[in-house]
Write a protein that binds this ligand. Structure first.
Ligand code: TPP
Length: 519
């Protein structure tokens, strides 16, 4: 057994069953090991942003780390934006990054770089393997780091000689799986403080994040709301929220700062359960960064890595809320399919009407999806995944990982045309792997959000050169053609009737299907 085989065997032994890859020469022994060792599903991405984004989506739906295989510093660097998103989503990922053989590094060959230096800003844990004998222990430590609550980015650098050198027979035995670290226990003092706030009768918001946005946490928050009259919302940048008919509706805080501040203005108290304090995405001249109203009390009841359901349960018990039916549970209401021109409201209705039961929605529609929240709150129950780090190019890769983690569920990606172009080669992986993903492209032919942000930051009105940086209409992007060229069936919609037909076709198929909605 060589070091590469030891790595693959140890990953499998630690429960890592999927590897998203984009290899090069220094990773060939790892690739060879995939042939020799049974059980690792390997998925090729044609750009490293696809690879890292897919690992993010896989964790969000399975709560198991996937591994990536990346080619030295530049391969890792190509994957960093989606590693950033994954880190902000608290996703656990084990990156395996190939490195030159140890003796070769001093020769400063073209691909030589400071891999640890590239890895560190987007990783919680970084380690370079020293020998083939050390592979097993290092791999176990990497998986343990990735699985540490709430989920972390672990980057393991594998020099080529550590991959190709043998592990002597007397060092091959399994050392046993690594320990999984537990979530932080509910904090009794914080629960007492939160209960006192909720009993005071002052306007209070429970703001949920992380795993508190799954069905059980939402239900507990809904019981507390029923008992105390408080409100329940979720963070804007939510990794995965379970929503739709039959589930407590915890609307996300809006993106636009003015809208967020308006929503938060009534509250004297904000209790954070797995969510950070709400702040604006960006700094704007003369606008505060914090969105909570001045003078409001903001209490962090539990951090995202803590036992959030345990915290909510203890809080509900302290308030005698467990006997109540949860407040704010919408009933199923499918809108009638609208006709007419493609408006964002109309598109929202079509999506809400057609959304399949238990679907997974990956949202990177940017401005296109702003009307979706209320209408899909009454749609069939679904999981909703959004970008937590704001680096665009997240949606299509994340859908790949989600589809692989949940193969019996339909994935619907809502994707801005500008964002789609960052990782468009994801379509090829979807076709190759036969993934059950429907993609709706909001083809507004512009960086629409930036047109609003231009005024928002006080830059005035864009002139011709500035406008040239904010439009993507010339030449026209042909998403149907791009999809077909990568083996994905596709169709175009220019009105709401056409959208309903195209979306229905995609949702009825078992493979990837792209719909370009021309706005
Ligand atoms: C990695 C990265 N590069 C650039 C940006 C800046 N940015 C934010 S939104 C956006 C354009 C999004 O366009 P599109 O997906 O078409 O959505 P729309 O704004 O039209 O709704 C850009 C370039 C970013 N957020 N992340």
């Amino acid at each position: 057994m060589n070091g590469a085989e030891s790595l693959v065997r140890t990953l499998l032994d630690e429960g890592v069953e999927v590897c998203f890859t984009n290899p090069g020469t220094s990773e060939m022994h790892f690739v060879a090991a995939l042939d020799r060792v049974e059980g690792m599903r390997c998925v090729l991405g044609l750009f490293e942003g696809v690879v890292t984004g897919a690992a993010d989506g896989y964790w969000r739906m399975s709560h198991k780390p996937a591994s990536t295989l990346l080619h030295l510093g530049p391969g890792l660097a190509n994957g960093l934006a989606n590693l950033h998103n994954a880190r902000k989503a608290n996703s656990g990922i084990v990156n395996v990054v190939g490195e030159h053989g140890t003796a070769h590094i001093a020769l400063n060959a073209p691909l030589t770089s400071d891999i640890e230096g590239v890895a560190r800003p987007m990783s919680n844990w970084v380690h370079t393997i020293g020998s083939s004998v050390g592979v097993q222990a290092a791999t176990r430590a990497a998986v343990q780091a990735a699985a540490t609550p709430p989920g972390r980015i672990a980057t393991l650098v594998l020099p080529a000689d550590c991959a190709w050198n043998d592990v002597p027979p007397d060092r091959q035995a399994s050392t046993g799986q690594s320990m999984r670290l537990a979530r932080g226990a509910a904090n009794a003092a914080m629960i007492d403080a939160a209960a006192a706030v909720l009993r005071s009768g002052e306007p209070t918001l429970i703001l949920l994040g992380g795993l508190a946005c799954h069905e059980a946490g939402l239900a507990l928050a809904g019981q507390i709301a029923a008992a105390t009259g408080c409100s329940v919302m979720s963070e804007f940048a939510v990794a995965r929220i379970q929503r739709g008919a039959g589930r407590v509706n915890a609307p996300r805080i809006p993106y636009v700062p003015e809208a967020a501040m308006k929503v938060l203005a009534p509250f004297r108290n904000i209790l954070l359960v797995g969510a950070p304090e709400p702040v604006s995405f960006f700094a704007y001249p003369d606008k505060p960064g914090r969105q909570s109203p001045a003078g409001a009390r903001v209490l962090q009841i539990a951090d995202v890595g803590d036992d959030l359901n345990g915290t909510l349960m203890a809080l509900a018990d302290a308030l005698g809320a467990r006997k109540h039916a949860p407040k704010g549970v919408p009933e199923l209401q499918r809108p009638a399919l609208p006709e007419g021109p493609l408006t964002l409201e109309g598109i929202g209705q079509v999506i809400a009407a057609l959304l399949p039961e238990n679907g997974i929605v990956v949202d990177e529609s940017v401005t296109g999806g702003r009307a979706l929240g209320p209408v899909t709150a009454m749609a069939a129950p679904h999981d909703f995944l959004t970008s937590c780090g704001g680096a665009i190019g997240f949606g299509l890769p994340t859908a790949i990982g989600a589809a692989i983690a949940a193969p019996d569920r339909k994935v619907l990606v809502l994707e801005g045309d500008g964002s789609a172009m960052y990782t468009i080669q994801s379509l090829w992986t979807m076709a190759r792997e036969g993934l059950d993903i429907t993609i709706l492209i909001f083809a507004n032919r512009a960086y629409r959000i930036l047109q609003g942000e231009f005024a928002g930051v006080g830059a005035g009105t864009p002139g011709p050169r500035a406008n040239h940086m904010l439009n993507i209409d010339n030449p026209t992007l042909d998403f149907v053609g791009m999809a077909r060229s990568m083996g994905v069936e596709a169709g175009r919609a220019t009105d709401l009737g056409g959208l309903a037909r195209e979306l229905s076709r995609g949702l009825a198929s078992k493979g990837p299907y792209l719909v370009e909605a021309v706005l």
